[in-house]
Design a protein around this ligand. Structure first.
Ligand SMILES: [Zn+2]
Length: 619
């Protein structure tokens, strides 16, 4: 309360806070029956939404105590040096309930620290849990145990874990990824024994599995060997294999990882995602203004020109983490342009701030004539003459034949002017002007001009197992007899449905006379005549439904998926369970399925099957 008073909170607000804390009532279950209430006299409760905020206010006290101790020379903290000068001083880091205090490994300093902690406890009523605290030596420290006694806590060692990330581990060490791999394996083991359709597997893979490594990947570069192992885990999970059961991987992983537009499932490749995530730091650094982490990095590496980026980390000097991030600076800066504000941090000729590239690149000839090649926008902006405008200075007057270039340059500059805002950076790799990991990822993905009938496969609201099957079929990768034969299985190949032609993907799903009945049924209902293309992919490509009208379009789009699924299910029933094939029953069950789906997902509710068919046939 006193802390808040000192910080200038009003009495009314303090009163509210006090009421919130002090009126809490606790109850204890005795033999399952609540036995009366009693109130708490002090302390913050866990799980109270107010607690974290009050806690942070309390920690401010500790922060001030430590700062004073540093100012008085009682604790030395940690210095980031550049050359001979001390650039940034760090005495402690607080994040939520994690606290790091830096000091020298001397008995007096630790004694001072333990006094501070004691005062803090006395002043705030917060108890420091020494059992959960560690003293971590950096480098060689003698008499560590003795020092630990001074504070009364355990001795830890690097690498440690801070905020869930490894701290102080050697760069590129593979062991820091063990946790991630372990987590993924554990998750998989829990799911493996459950029955999951492929659609369900994709959903799980995308929602959780693929995200497990992301936190760590957003700061550290993932070693190739680890990425390969993790991707193998994902792959085996998707195709339903484990170490014991080896199931066929029907479509290769490179394809699976492509964007849906390009025929993949949109699962992201770890090393590319990693690069996109690391690249975000390059962008963040350019956007950051006075943030502490930026100051530390600048202190350590020095800034280049203005403070858009640090100098390159040369040689053995510098921390591995930032060095790895800087490796992504190239492609990032290719996509970053400047937005002119005051113009004092942008170079007129050599930075990209208007047009499609830097002016020195767009107008190389004029650049050679420029009087001040390094001038900033501010230098080139004329305010003195009363009329704001660009004052382009060149070393000599122009020849007639150079006038065209000058005209073009003025054209590019038109509409660009300085403002009172700070200069900033713009991301040109997407539409929003801001860095988005998703867009950065697709920039890094090798461009591949390859058409895939995405829209007619990933149809909204169709169950994902059906979508997935259609996707496999469009690749021609389902386990038909001809494919099994090619894999060396010995048996005659006869279509399970018509019994006369050989079974192949395109036959069983499109051209088989029996299957034709379904297609014709649907086309007949919609009143369409169509000569079928050769392959499943082409059928999906050319399945356009503008003519069926808005009302029925959604259903129209989902029809190929349902036909393919119905046929394949029937085929598998005959192949694995045997029995008779009855065309009427087959037709009937297909139409009923379609109707059931339409009722469930589309809110269309013709009362009867006949009504549904009439609705389909209506215009
Ligand atoms: Zn057939």
């Amino acid at each position: 309360m006193k802390v808040m008073q000192k910080m200038g909170f009003g009495p009314k607000w303090l009163n509210w806070m006090w009421n919130c804390i002090s009126t809490a009532k606790f109850s204890i279950l005795v033999n399952g029956v609540p036995a009366g209430f009693f109130s708490s006299s002090k302390g913050l409760r866990q799980g109270d939404p107010l607690s974290p905020y009050l806690f942070i206010l309390g920690m401010e006290v500790l922060s001030i105590l430590i700062r004073r101790a540093v100012e008085g020379g009682f604790i030395s903290g940690c210095n980031v040096w550049r050359g001979r000068e001390r650039a940034v001083h760090i005495s402690h880091l607080l994040f939520a309930d994690d606290t790091i205090v830096f000091c020298e490994a001397k008995k007096e300093q630790l004694m001072h620290l333990s006094w501070i902690l004691f005062w803090f406890e006395a002043a705030s009523g917060l108890k420091i849990n020494l059992a959960k605290s560690e003293i971590i030596p950096v480098g060689e420290v003698e008499g560590m145990d003795e020092l630990a006694v001074e504070l009364g806590c355990r001795v830890g060692k690097l690498p440690a874990v801070y905020l869930g990330l490894p701290l102080g581990a050697p760069n590129k060490s593979i062991s820091v990824w063990d946790g991630v791999e372990e987590k993924m394996r554990r998750r998989l083991a829990a799911w493996k024994h459950q029955y999951l359709s492929k659609g369900g597997r994709i959903t799980l893979l995308k929602s959780t599995l693929a995200n497990i490594p992301v936190y760590q990947m957003s700061l550290f570069r993932i070693p190739n060997s680890v990425a390969r192992r993790l991707e193998k885990l994902q792959r085996d999970f998707l195709w339903g294999g484990g170490n014991l059961e080896r199931r066929a991987h029907l479509v290769n992983w490179e394809m699976v990882c492509r964007d849906k537009e390009k025929g993949g499932l949109g699962i992201r490749k770890l090393n590319l995602l990693n690069r996109a995530l690391l690249g975000k730091w390059v962008w963040r650094f350019a956007c950051a203004k006075e943030e502490f982490w930026k100051q530390v990095l600048i202190a350590k590496y020095g800034q280049e020109d203005f403070d858009w980026r640090t100098k390159k980390a040369a040689g053995a000097f510098g921390v591995g983490v930032w060095k790895e991030i800087l490796k992504e600076a190239g492609w990032c800066w290719e996509k970053m342009a400047f937005k002119a504000g005051k113009g004092n941090k942008i170079r007129f000729w050599t930075d990209w701030w208007c047009g499609d590239s830097s002016l020195s690149q767009s107008f190389p000839h004029l650049f050679t004539l420029a009087a001040h090649k390094n001038a900033t926008l501010e230098d080139m902006w004329d305010q003195i003459s009363g009329e704001d405008g660009w004052n382009l200075r060149f070393t000599r007057g122009f020849n007639d034949w150079e006038m065209d270039w000058v005209g073009n340059l003025l054209q590019v500059l038109r509409g660009h002017m300085l403002t009172l805002e700070d200069d900033s950076v713009l991301w040109k790799g997407g539409n929003s002007g801001q860095f988005r990991v998703k867009e950065a990822y697709s920039l890094l993905e090798s461009p591949l001009h390859f058409a895939f009938p995405k829209k007619n496969i990933w149809v909204e609201r169709v169950p994902s197992k059906i979508v997935f099957f259609t996707w496999e079929a469009a690749w021609g990768r389902i386990m038909t007899l001809d494919r099994l034969q090619r894999r060396g299985w010995q048996f005659p190949n006869r279509c399970f449905l018509c019994g006369c032609k050989e079974e192949s993907v395109n036959h069983i799903l499109i051209h088989c006379t029996v299957v034709k009945v379904l297609w014709d049924l649907v086309l007949g209902l919609f009143g369409v005549k169509w000569v079928f293309p050769l392959t499943v992919k082409e059928v999906l490509f050319s399945w356009r439904g503008a003519f069926v009208g808005k009302k029925r379009e959604k259903l129209w789009k989902s029809i190929p998926l349902f036909i393919l699924w119905a046929v394949w299910k029937e085929r598998n029933r005959l192949a694995f369970k045997g029995g008779e094939f009855a065309i009427q029953k087959f037709k009937h069950s297909f139409v009923c399925n379609l109707w059931g789906w339409a009722k469930l997902y589309m809110g269309e509710e013709p009362v009867s099957l006949i009504g549904f068919l009439e609705w389909l046939a209506s215009r």
